[in-house]
Design a protein. Structure first.
Length: 181
């Protein structure tokens, strides 16, 4: 068997440096060209309704009336949903459309409240979230007449920080009596 000296067993590109150098230069030029093409395309940070593809417009149709009022971040999230939509099962697509219809009908204040509620639930410990999910499932399983009897869950009045501070007694000083006069 021959030896590896002289490059007999090395691929042609590694025997002499020229073909390898040429391919590196060509690769670098190709990358530079791709970067120029990508940079030349305007990045839509706040896409208008007319910037959406016809397919995305059809999917996001319930939001067409309020699209101009949406924050850029929200638009990007909805576009992301529209991109995933074709890969969803028909059941998932129906659920997305139903939720989008409901979302589109909410006032800006109701949307803000829904986002806040979602953030609060996300911050809950897992066991509390599971308990809440279980209780919600039980409620959803009730017949409509029974749910109507129960009505919406009562809203707990949330005390402001100022109110909580007023209700909390001041800390006791060292040597102060533990009972009040």
């Amino acid at each position: 068997l021959g030896s590896a000296r002289g490059g007999r067993f090395l691929p042609p590109r590694q025997r002499n440096g020229k073909p390898r150098a040429v391919s590196l230069v060509l690769g670098a030029l190709l990358l530079a060209f791709a970067a120029v093409v990508v940079a030349a395309q305007p990045a839509k940070k706040n896409p208008a309704w007319s910037d959406l593809t016809p397919e995305h417009q059809q999917i996001l149709a319930p939001l067409s009336g309020s699209w101009g009022e949406l924050e850029p971040e929200r638009k990007r999230k909805w576009i992301g949903i529209a991109k995933r939509y074709p890969k969803m099962t028909p059941t998932e697509q129906k659920r997305v459309q139903t939720r989008m219809d409901k979302w589109a009908k909410l006032s800006p204040e109701q949307r803000r409240e829904a986002r806040e509620k979602y953030r609060r639930i996300e911050k809950m410990p897992p066991e509390k979230r599971e308990d809440l999910s279980r209780r919600w499932s039980e409620y959803q399983a009730l017949p409509p007449a029974e749910r109507q009897k129960l009505g919406p869950p009562p809203k707990e009045p949330r005390a402001s920080a100022r109110q909580r501070a007023r209700e909390k007694p001041p800390p006791k000083m060292a040597g102060e009596s533990s009972w009040e006069w």
